[in-house]
Ligand binder design. Sequence first.
Ligand SMILES: O=c1[nH]c(=O)c2nc[nH]c2[nH]1
Ligand SMILES: [Zn+2]
Length: 492
Amino acid sequence: MTTIYAGPVINPQSLTSYLALPRCLIAVDSNGNILWIDPDVDNTNLPLAIAHHGVQAYTLVQLKPGEFIMPGLVDTHIHACQFPNLGVGGDLQLLDWLTTYTFPAESKFKDLDYAERVYTDVVERVIASGTTTCCYYGSIHRDATMRLADIVRKKGQRAFVGKCNMNWHCPDYYVEKSVEESISATVDLIRYVQSFPLSPAQEPLVHPVITPRFAISCTPDLLAELGDLAESMPQIAIQTHISENQKEVDDTLRFFNADSYAGIYDKFKLLRHNTILAHGVWLTEKEMDLIAERGAGLSHCPTSNFYLNSGMARVGLLLDHGVKVGLGSDVSGGYNPSILHAIQMASVASKMLAIQSESKKCNCEREHEHSDISSDSAEVEQHLKHKEGRFANKRLGVATLLYLATKGGAEVCCLQDRIGSFEPGKAFDALLVSVRSESGNPAMWSFDLEREPSPESKLQQWLERFLFCGDNRNINKVIVQGTVIGGQEYQA
Ligand SMILES: O=c1[nH]c(=O)c2nc[nH]c2[nH]1
Ligand SMILES: [Zn+2]
């Protein structure tokens, strides 16, 4: 049976634009794909408007005032096995944080009962936060990661699930004993996930992903084997970390005797159109060009980058270099599993970079006025060059943040033909959001918005308020491939 959603809809278009449609209809077929979209209907006579589309039998979901539909959020980077550590360890930097908190926590997933319990809770929490597509890291354990994939499948989320590969610079209690063992467990997981039944739309919802933790946790021969494996399976995605922390970058270049972190992944055939690179805080512009050339995507994880004292990724510059960018929560480097929080932190980071750049430029120009340095001084030129970019050193606006959290994430996952925005033929992966005051979230204050001059501008403000003040309480339905799998109104 066709389901028709009637009410306000937000539909991302590009990095700088989205549609706010206050009176929209979206028809979803019984396989969960979008049949048609009517962007502006007379909502005083919905049956007539629907009859125009020739639909006879349908279920109507009519939104209440203060509710709207938007595409589901995409989390391009999260560690399912780090949830027990949420909000712990923010005084440390990456490499010490890994050995002090993270490796001990991940090693517990050897115990399958523990894994089952924690992963069930994790997937429920991630869905409740509005994440319809999620790129999960598991631990090094094959069987526990298979359980994670099972749970994701049962709960109906769209996801990528990977077993971490790591055999170098690891503690004795948490290390893969050989390259062979690491590869064969990876192949087992890939085959296992590929054996899952297809969705009603005849496609997999859960995908395997090759997951070298990061360069320094894999010996060159393990990276070489993983590169060969990836080459033999070009459709399988790859996820890893890159240039998160300055000490990590120094160690990586030293251990691999290299001058480019991205170049290391490239050398091992791990940098390609379906590679998801987390962080990229310290990437050089040359590396950005290489990543763009290979078509790989970047997962921007600002909550984690602040919490682990890593720095601020130059998202605007990455976009100017043509790199695909999505958002990641990076639990538990990030202390909040919600992509809404990543949106808020991405905004703060971009504003910090913009303010820094502006004040540097002002200082440069001021000093300049009072000195006799020639007007083409390298520093001033550098700032002016950055200012000329479309996004570099500018704050990311609502349209761009929305894009990164939806369509951008879809591009990073190479799922842009299926999800990220609403178009006929795409999957209906969506959130039914409520900014009504009874949501229980004290930030939802609906009275002000009545002053808005047009229904479009009111809807734009609902969106901005949700992105900056919203949380699970404002998500009534989480929908994947047309099926409600979570949200405040969800009953299992
Ligand atoms: O944020 C991060 N979390 C991790 O678990 C990790 N491992 C390597 N590099 C990492 N960065
Ligand atoms: Zn991570």
